[in-house]
Design a protein around this ligand. Sequence first.
Ligand SMILES: C[C@H](O)CC(=O)SCCNC(=O)CCNC(=O)[C@H](O)C(C)(C)COP(=O)(O)OP(=O)(O)OC[C@H]1O[C@@H](n2cnc3c(N)ncnc32)[C@H](O)[C@@H]1OP(=O)(O)O
Length: 724
Amino acid sequence: MSSSSGRTTLDVGADGVAIITIINPPVNSLSFDVLYSLKDSCEQALSRQDVKAAVITGAKGKFSGGFDISAFTKIQNKSIQPPKPGFVSLEILSDVVAAARKPFVAAVDGLALGGGLEVAMACHARISTPTAQLGLPELQLGIIPGFGGTQALPRLVGIAKALEMMLTSKPVKGEEALNVGLVDAIVPPNELLNTARRWALDILELKKPWVISYYKTDKLEPLGEAREILKFARAQTRKRAPNLMHPLVCIDVIEEGVVSGARAGLWKEAEAFQSLLESDTCKSLVHFFFAQRGTTKVPGVSDRGLKPRSVKKVAILGGGLMGSGIATALILANYQVILKEINDKFLQAGIDRVKANLKTRVKKGQMSPEKFEKTIALLKGSLDYESFRDVDMVIEAVIENVSLKQQIFSDLEKFCPPHCILASNTSTIDLNLIGEKTRSHDRIIGAHFFSPAHVMPLLEIVRTPKTSPQVIVDLLDVGKKIRKTPVVVGNCTGFAVNRMFFPYTQAALLLVERGTDIYKIDKAITKFGMPIGPFRLCDLVGFGVAIATGGQFVLNFPERTYKSMLIPLMQEDKRAGETTRRGFYVYDDKRRANPDPEIKKYIEKAKEMSGAAIDPKLTKLSDKDIVEMIFFPVVNEACRVLDEGIAVKAADLDVSAVMGMGFPPYRGGLIFWADTLGSKYICSRLEEWSNSYGGFFKPCSYLAERAAKGAPLSQMTSPAKSRL
Ligand SMILES: C[C@H](O)CC(=O)SCCNC(=O)CCNC(=O)[C@H](O)C(C)(C)COP(=O)(O)OP(=O)(O)OC[C@H]1O[C@@H](n2cnc3c(N)ncnc32)[C@H](O)[C@@H]1OP(=O)(O)O
């Protein structure tokens, strides 16, 4: 057993209570070594004469973050052999811990997630701290709880609450855990161990109940009601996640336990867990879990031992939609923010936007009125730069105008302290150009948020070759604190996300001008798992934005642009998307989108202008063909982004696609998905379309090279032609 993959320790106190501690930093995950050691420690506690009862806890204030997720990949690629089904749930947790002749109590602080909570639920009682987080988030990984959670949780908290916790993967905090019956008491962290050991002795002395979670039935709804709840959950799940099997499997497994008893349920759970582990969904979601955590690991930046500097006060220039959204995200994370505008009217409008963003939270019950007051007090307005003298970071979020930005950055250099990070939220303009009139290139960086900035989870951190690693490390830290997933990218038109979005819309326009139905395209794309199709998306962002960003690409990448006049033609006719209630769809009072037959007239005109002819093959494309014809050009562009060194690794583009474009995470992200289809296949299809429909589809050299070798696209063999 290697110490690096964790262990448990056993210490017996003078009171005869054995403290079993899970130790596997950073989150005390349950590796196989930990699990074998846990079994060992529990058996020792049971066999030793000097032990009367046991408490299971986790080292350094964390009970356990659950089963070691990295072991999933090892099982999937057969580099380790998993123990037989039911080894943990039945042989250890049910038959050793729950069935023990001595009381076991879990002392939970920090995290008890997945397998961690399942260990705690096998104990005869649970004591937690108020801030502890308890949950079964396994469904997020494409599996179901596999250490008995599907059976224990419904018996402790009822089927309805258990389903909610499992299907949403959301943990509950100590207080709620107590209210729903998941824990027996909450105490401050410094009293946790003592309370737990006393509780264990009380159980032994029959002063507290000796409860075996798997045999508990008082919280289970009566069978008829249970069946109704399960039926409703199935219907909701089918609607919400039509492409996913595992949530339905989870419901089936819960039902088995309710109908046939927990033992039967545990067996069904063990078998289902084993087979789901091999599913593509699990492989994709596990990849995505690590990809998300890998974005902060940037070669040449995060490996230099640099510590993030403290950022306390941030100034934002521009109180428009983006600026106010960014301000909201920052004050929500307790940063002091100065919002600067050019006049009182704009400033007030900006502050009002921030207030409205927070009030939406109050309305939804996510923020108390007191917290609202405290949070908004962190925001100060300003019309000049005087208050910028002690800011640690500035984020410029004004309109996309080069000379205006240049002027702003040269002013910032004069007013801000020398350590201050100078960030721009530009989505199109070259950062070198923005900083041209300064001598501060080392502290100029892009902080590209996605709208609405306080909601969207992605932050593109854009560096130039001159941006200092320290400034990148600082912004990575701010990104984490405001709960964004930061992806570090190089400086180019569109960075990573917009570069990938560009061919997405373009491919859709090309198909429509050659006979594919607009609504069929949107349907096929949403069926694939995107939240909305390309045309519904254009309506949502508005044609003004679509034309402006499209224009940037035409300018920069003319050789691979499909020039369609469809959107400009519609805009001329005052159909500019959802805000005008007419775009590719017409919108009713409730913002419901309905297809519009009138659209044909614009398509006809656009076809005349581009000279495109109807292709009978394209009028009857299957859903699969539509998905491929829209997404393979996106994959092709992503390959160029990798080749140019704009992104440092393929997994970063997976995260960007999921968090910036809405690509389904259960497909692992764009490049991961592409690799499941194979570079050869993608390249040959692009070549075929390139011959029929032009250079827009032409595979780039990165893709063609990998296809020739049969290599995966994620494999970056030679160092990228870095622009960094
Ligand atoms: C059989 C069972 O039913 C199956 C299971 O238990 S499946 C696992 C269920 N548990 C989970 O899904 C929890 C997953 N983890 C998380 O949600 C979050 O990591 C957390 C809430 C525990 C901590 O979040 P946070 O403090 O932001 O730290 P975060 O950066 O995510 O994680 C810290 C490190 O721990 C690792 N880690 C976290 N949970 C892990 C786990 N269960 N297994 C292996 N590694 C894990 C992360 O990869 C990261 O590693 P890195 O520093 O090398 O990148």
